[in-house]
Ligand binder design. Structure first.
Ligand code: SF4
Length: 917
């Protein structure tokens, strides 16, 4: 929603202001002029008096002074306009407030005074949309000594009627009857095309690729012929064919005719946003009964837990985190759906305060007490779950769809018609979903879930005994099972476990096992990661007798926890079957919730035991097991044993596919572009369909973009591997030549940091801001928002940026890869490589990565750009990753810079005169 224009002319706020970038630092007196100052002077000024600034952590990084604080305009924005979007830069704030952008860094302090004035003036407007609750929140924030409280107070009038407390203002969700099973309908091609025409609008150009794609998608909605044999379609759809409407057309038609629910699963938040927007063409915002036909559904750990928030507001959080809780409470009253991670809570809010505090306001650990919670009827998670059961379209992510299919609470809510967009990520999503990891961090979480928090910890967390106190007092056997589980949980690690293990003084069976894991991993590692400060690992093979004994003892200890949990589950089930008089509907829902959480824990324990009991036995070809010590910059943060399926599509097929009626996997890069052509057999094998003996249908629709004339691949041959200065210099010169708009992709964070450190100041001095993941204290989504918003900015990053960035137009003109993206030589990779054809397997992974990275460059018909790889030894067999016809040239850096300066304008014939590959 655009902010309303101010009614009275706002005046700049007479407070000192500060700004710092890689190009310099500036301070401005309350009523005076702006001065460029040295970093030291800027730090002294800010330490002396609170200054207006924007994005304090970023300014602090630029000044090299981590303790910097002040009057951050972003905090003010979050208070005045909760749940509104704002890119966290001066330019972004200018857009959000409809003000002129500051031209350069020196103009920012003056702009901040004006922007503060505009925001404060908003508080005085009669039509300020977010007024409700502001006065009460401000009183609490003043008690917490929020620096803005005194500044805002004179601008917010005390309301005549007392404001309602958040928890009574939020609406309650309504219970609705279960949807009947969908009707069996067959969609005709004509009907699908008619629906597509309606969605694209009259007068829209008819695109053949999109029409044939939509027709093919219709086949997955046909009635199923055999049990556990869904229709499966693999559809590769080039960028720009209009894939989203191509599948929303048959999906909306089927939902309407069959009265059923279609799930569209994505990997990126960006596509979810796009889908939400595009779905408006097919569905209204609300049905006549007020229910939403389109629902975005995420894992429960994404949503605000109102009980956790209440606890935080009532003293559970202290210091800055308590201020954050107040700002989150402001947001909770205005949010669309309560999604804190990627929803309408600004991604930068966690960075301004503490990301961990944001996470602890969600239900991370499955401690929900369901109907036992006073906010149950207003709970965002429960609301989303209920809305999705009634929806025509559920927009979800791969992990949630898999978790829901594997251990969904409610059978009726399991997805049966599923479109997996960004389908090339399914393998990795399945890999994490069906993994088992017995690590210290996981085990300590389980202990807390059973026993409750350790002494001295704040917050509302309770153990099983407290959560099920009424069950324990009513049912003796249930109470005994809880006691037995708590007693057995003493075998699990407690606070300080890493320190004890490092000192060789582990406590309990699991810590003892983890100490043995650590010792053996250090003893065997020869990866070179030890010296570099990275994590180390070793395969779970050839383990000696003493290690196996520790593993067996640990497995027994785990089983002693699991058995009483199973007993408790049975007692809860018995209570539901033969309910006591006092068990009302809410109590019943709470017990059902507890049973659901128990099953999840029991499954985890069983998976851990299986992992341990197999050590020392014959190898099971279905799994890859290894031991690992996770480290970051040489600091250990977790230790454990890991198990992955060699082919995670096997459990995917048995949990997701065979319960479904129709499934499509679609992506622009579903198949490997091998030199011989698209490799469909491998794509079919990786779909999981062969595991349930289903032969998938195949569809292809090529991109309508003119890649051959709009893009060039330049392989730079004179930047030597390992020459960091040369690499940094190459990045700087490319960014200068293209005047920003560069997305730089790295395979190692360390190298990326080093390059950023060497060139950021130099580029900033010529007005070319450079941002970087893992360097700037900004979350990845926000970094992409900043990059999209500033055509002269460039962005450096790693894997997450390779295919999570959708920046059409001017802002992205050039993608630079520092080297060939080889897979990390891990134990898991080694096993899959051996099973997948050796170097051919590696090549297909690299081509996939190159195709995804190239895909960032041309997002619309008018996009043009260069794709540069800084690699003297780029193998020719990988070139088929790029779209057919795109000119590829090997050349020196100087020659590449000339190409960048000239823009993509060469014709095919001109390229053919150049050195061909
Ligand atoms: S029902 Fe559960 S998740 Fe929802 S607010 Fe209550 S405790 Fe939190």
């Amino acid at each position: 929603m655009a902010a309303p224009p101010p009614q009275t002319a706002p005046r700049p706020v007479p407070l000192p202001a500060i700004h710092a970038s890689h190009a310099g630092s500036w301070v401005r007196d309350p009523n005076g002029a702006t001065r460029g100052v040295a970093k030291g002077e800027a730090v002294m000024a800010a330490a002396d008096t609170p200054h207006l600034l924007i994005n304090a952590p970023l300014v602090a990084t630029r000044l090299g002074y981590p303790d910097l604080s002040g009057l951050d305009l972003l905090e003010l924005f979050a208070f005045i306009h909760p749940a509104r979007f704002c890119v966290p830069t001066a330019k972004g704030l200018a857009h959000a407030l409809d003000l002129a952008e500051p031209e350069d860094g020196a103009d920012v302090p003056e702009f901040l005074q004006m922007a503060a004035g505009v925001l404060l003036a908003r508080c005085e407007q009669a039509d300020w949309p977010e007024r409700e609750g502001a006065w009460s929140a401000l009183q609490s924030l003043a008690r917490l000594r929020w620096p803005w409280a005194q500044v805002i107070a004179p601008h917010i009038a005390k309301p005549e009627k007392a404001e309602k407390w958040l928890f009574s203002r939020l609406p309650e969700w309504e219970e609705a009857a279960e949807r009947p099973q969908p009707a069996q309908v067959t969609l005709s091609e004509d009907a699908i095309h008619g629906q597509l025409d309606r969605l694209t609008g009259t007068g829209a150009e008819k695109r053949d690729g999109q029409r044939s794609y939509a027709g093919a998608v219709g086949s997955i909605f046909a009635p199923r012929e055999k049990r556990a044999k869904p229709h499966v379609l693999l559809a590769e759809a080039g960028t720009g064919i209009g894939k989203t409407l191509g599948y929303l057309a048959p999906a909306s038609l089927w939902a309407q005719e069959a009265q059923g629910t279609v799930w569209v699963s994505t990997f990126t938040k960006n596509l979810q946003r796009q889908l939400r927007a595009e779905s408006k063409r097919a569905w209204p915002e609300r049905r006549s009964d007020g229910s939403p036909p389109v629902v975005v559904r995420k894992g429960r750990e994404n949503y605000l837990c109102l009980l956790n928030l209440e606890d935080a507001l009532q003293g559970g959080f202290g210091g800055r985190a308590a201020i954050l809780a107040q700002l989150v409470a402001r947001w909770a009253a205005y949010t669309r759906d309560g999604d804190m991670i990627g929803g309408d809570l600004p991604g930068w809010l966690g960075t301004l305060f503490r990301q961990r505090a944001i996470r602890s306001l969600t239900d991370q650990r499955g401690e929900c007490i369901y109907a036992g919670c006073p906010h149950y009827r207003k709970c965002f998670i429960e609301r989303a779950a209920r809305a999705s059961a009634q929806a025509d379209l559920v927009i979800a992510n791969h992990a949630l769809v898999m978790v829901n299919a594997a251990r969904g609470r409610d059978h009726a809510q399991r997805p049966t018609r599923i479109v997996f967009d960004e389908g090339h990520h399914i393998f990795d999503a399945a890999d994490s979903t069906f993994a088992a990891a017995l690590t210290g961090q996981e085990a300590i979480e389980l202990r807390r879930w059973i026993v409750g928090p350790e002494r001295g910890s704040k917050g509302r967390r309770r153990g099983l005994a407290a959560r099920l106190a009424d069950v324990a007092s009513y049912d003796e056997a249930g109470g005994e099972a809880i006691d037995a589980a708590c007693e057995a949980a003493a075998a699990l690690p407690t606070e300080g476990w890493l320190g004890r293990i490092a000192e060789n003084a582990p406590s309990g069976e699991i810590e003892t096992l983890l100490a043995a894991v650590r010792a053996i991993t250090y003893a065997r590692d020869e990866s070179g990661a030890l010296g570099a400060g990275y994590g180390i690992e070793t395969e779970a093979a050839g383990l000696g007798g003493p290690f196996i004994e520790h593993a067996q003892t640990a497995a027994q200890a785990l089983s002693q926890i699991r058995v009483p949990l199973i007993k408790l589950g049975m007692r809860l089930e018995a209570m539901l079957e033969d309910p006591p008089d006092w068990l009302d509907g809410q109590g019943r829902a709470r017990i059902e919730g507890a049973r659901f959480s128990l099953v999840w824990r029991i499954d985890t324990l069983a998976a851990w035991e299986a992992l341990l009991l197999r050590l020392g036995g014959p190898a099971d070809g279905d799994f890859v097991d290894w031991l690992a010590v996770d480290r970051n910059e040489a600091r250990e943060f977790d230790i454990g044993l890991h198990r992955r399926f060699l082919d995670p599509m096997k459990p995917f097929a048995h949990t997701v596919l065979d319960g479904a009626h129709g499934v499509m996997l679609t992506s622009a890069t579903l198949t490997d572009r091998a030199p011989e052509g698209r490799d469909w057999p491998t794509a079919i094998a990786r779909s999981g369909a062969p595991h349930i003996e289903v032969q998938p249908q195949i569809a292809e629709a090529d991109s309508p973009f003119d890649y051959a004339n709009n893009a060039e691949v330049l392989i730079v041959t004179d930047v030597k591997k390992g020459d960091l200065a040369g690499l940094a210099g190459a990045y700087a010169r490319i960014i200068e030549e293209s005047e920003g708009g560069v997305l730089g992709l790295f395979t190692a964070i360390r190298r990326m940091r080093a390059v950023h450190g060497r060139i950021a100041d130099r580029l900033a001095r010529v007005g070319l801001p450079l941002y970087a993941q893992h360097v700037d204290p900004i979350d990845t989504g926000t970094l992409v928002d900043i990059f999209r918003d500033e055509p002269r900015a460039s962005l450096l990053g790693t894997d997450a940026l390779r295919d999570g960035v959708d920046v059409p137009g001017e802002s992205l003109r050039c993608v630079v890869m520092e080297q060939v993206p080889w897979p990390k030589p891990s134990i898991l990779h080694r096993a899959r490589r051996a099973a997948g054809g050796g170097s051919a397997y590696d090549d297909s992974i690299i081509r996939g990565r190159l195709a995804q990275a190239f895909g960032r460059l041309i997002r619309s018909r008018d996009d043009k750009g260069h794709f540069i790889v800084l690699s003297p030894a780029f193998p020719s067999r990988l070139l088929s990753a790029f779209p057919a016809g795109v000119p590829v040239t090997r050349l020196t850096l100087d020659e590449a810079l000339q190409r960048v300066a000239a823009g993509v304008s060469c014709t095919q014939a001109e390229h053919e005169k150049d050195t061909p590959v």
